[in-house]
Write a protein that binds this ligand. Structure first.
Ligand SMILES: [Zn+2]
Length: 522
């Protein structure tokens, strides 16, 4: 045997919880697999750890492994599964970074990833890890926005709906000069007139769109159809802002909207809508008709487009449509022509886009496998305990304030020695107020964390069932199975202005908002 071709491998075996394969058996399985590929595994390069914390970088053996990698003392590192590295995503990205920099390969016997995708997955995790630090900040802002309708019972914004005008004290909506038009639109929709015909009719009637355009867009009409205030009920929080990307370039910070399901909308019966064009029952029946129309349209589609309805153009805020081509297969096409810039992503080769999306989803499933073993930093119990301590602290502070007022103001305190001097009074009062403010802010944070834990627990259950079903089979799923997987993960693909694909997943465990720009549109 030519000694020059034999490469040295290290093995990383780890137990992080109960029900995991024993360390020696992990090592045996990986060792045999590596040797079959022509690697040698010296005894001293085998690391076995029983490490439950997800703070994996504190583990001395992990530090040892990373130093071997960084110094290129080994050519590859073998392990049973990606989840043996389970760490905070930020730490995961540091680990992957070390491998990438040293060009040392990570070989995983059981991870359902074709080997070539490993590098891509690493890149994705590194990107997400870096994005993590900027994600926490906007939680607070979002919460404040939600407080308005939930606690104060007022709309989030007083954006003017078409055909109505806001009046204050109490907040209510009254018809304006466009009321007849909006009533006409709603009535036509209820009667089942196709949107295309309605657009033509409005143009004939010479009625400009809300933005003053002679031609109404389908989107404007749909927005009217799905706005419940035209059925006489005002709902707040129908959508939430989502950060569109995890990219680090100059467009960072632009946010877009995500529609929430109906049961999460916040009904504000206090806000009266005068002369709604539809009754509530009529509005509901309009919604049912629209859902049915969509289903029919899908059934009549000629080709079974895997990504139908799931690819969005960020420039025009529209969904790409499947488009069959004579003798040339099929494509996904933005319904709006032009305005797509240099990369011309208004038109994307169908099979190639589907292939890319499958790879993105494969990566995501593998990442979920890492994250599902990740225990949250806090438990519900510890959060509830802190909540109780805060309640107690509120009471103590309020009592303190009452006492302070008594001792500074009461004329019955004859004895001057018990009275508090004005400057001390001011200082103490400020301290108490600051304390109360802090406590109430902290409570809001805790509530958000509690909600997050709940969301996470539900997601783990769903993801585990998905994972059990598709593990190792991602390469052989049928189109229908892929479609189901995409829908279950709540996956959508957004094509950015500069020609990148940006996946988003509603069901996920990792960083708060999932998604990363993966590749330029072919
Ligand atoms: Zn477009």
């Amino acid at each position: 045997m030519n000694i020059g071709t034999v490469k040295t491998a290290a093995i990383w075996a780890r137990i992080s919880g109960p029900d995991q394969q024993s360390l020696p058996s992990q090592v045996a399985e990986v060792k045999e697999w590596l040797q079959a590929q022509g690697f040698i595994v010296p005894m001293e390069r085998i690391l076995m750890v029983d490490w439950t914390s997800k703070d994996i970088l504190r583990c001395p053996e992990m530090q040892k492994l990373l130093s071997w990698v960084a110094n290129r003392e080994v050519e590859v590192v073998g392990s049973l599964h990606l989840d043996r590295f389970a760490a905070r995503p930020g730490q995961m990205s540091q680990i992957f970074d070390t491998f990438k920099d040293a060009e040392v390969q990570l070989l995983l016997k059981q991870t359902p990833l074709p080997p070539g995708l490993m590098g891509e997955l690493m890149g994705l995790v590194i990107t997400m890890g870096k994005a993590l630090s900027v994600e926490r900040a906007d939680q607070g802002a979002k919460k404040g926005l939600h407080d308005r309708p939930k606690i104060h019972r007022v709309p989030v914004t007083y954006r003017k709906p078409y055909g109505f005008i806001w009046r204050r004290d109490p907040p209510r909506l009254e018809p304006d000069e466009n009321w007849d038009t909006v009533r006409f639109i709603c009535r036509e929709g209820l009667a089942g007139r196709p949107t295309r015909a309605l657009v033509r009719k409005l143009k004939e009637m010479g009625i400009p769109s809300p933005t003053g355009n002679p031609e109404w867009s389908f989107q404007t009409i749909y927005d009217i159809f799905r706005n419940p205030l035209y059925g006489g009920r005002f709902y707040a929080l129908r959508s939430e802002a989502v950060e569109p990307t995890h990219r680090m370039c100059n467009t960072y910070g632009r946010s877009s909207q995500r529609w929430l399901p109906f049961d999460q909308w916040e009904y504000l019966p206090e806000v009266k809508v005068e002369n709604a064009p539809l009754t509530w029952e009529e509005w509901l029946s309009l919604q049912r008709r629209r859902t049915q129309n969509k289903l029919m349209a899908k059934r009549n589609a000629k080709h079974d487009y895997l990504l139908r309805g799931l690819v969005f153009c960020n420039v025009h805020n529209r969904r790409y449509k499947g488009h069959a081509e004579k003798d040339r297969g099929y494509a996904y096409v933005c319904p709006v022509e032009g305005g797509h810039g240099f990369y011309f992503h208004g038109y994307i080769n169908g099979p190639r886009l589907e292939q890319t999306v499958k790879r993105i989803v494969t990566n995501q499933v593998a990442m979920e496998a890492i994250w599902r073993n990740d225990q949250p930093d806090t438990t519900e119990e510890s959060l509830q305990n802190e909540m109780r301590r805060l309640e107690l602290s509120t009471r103590t502070t309020v009592n303190g304030m009452v006492e302070l007022e008594r001792r500074s103001l009461s004329p019955e305190l004859e004895d001057e020695r018990y009275r508090i001097k004005p400057e001390i009074y001011e200082r103490l009062k400020c301290q108490y107020e600051a304390k109360l403010k802090w406590v109430s802010e902290r409570k809001v944070q805790l509530q958000a964390q509690l909600n997050n834990l709940k969301r996470r627990a539900e997601a783990v259950v769903k993801l585990n069932s998905i994972y059990d079903r598709v593990e190792g089979k991602l390469e052989s799923l049928t189109n229908q199975e892929w479609r189901d997987l995409l829908l279950e993960l709540g996956a959508t693909i957004h094509v950015t202005e500069d020609g990148f694909l940006e996946p988003r997943f509603e069901l996920h465990l990792g960083p708060e908002k999932s998604g990363a720009i993966v590749s330029s549109v072919p």
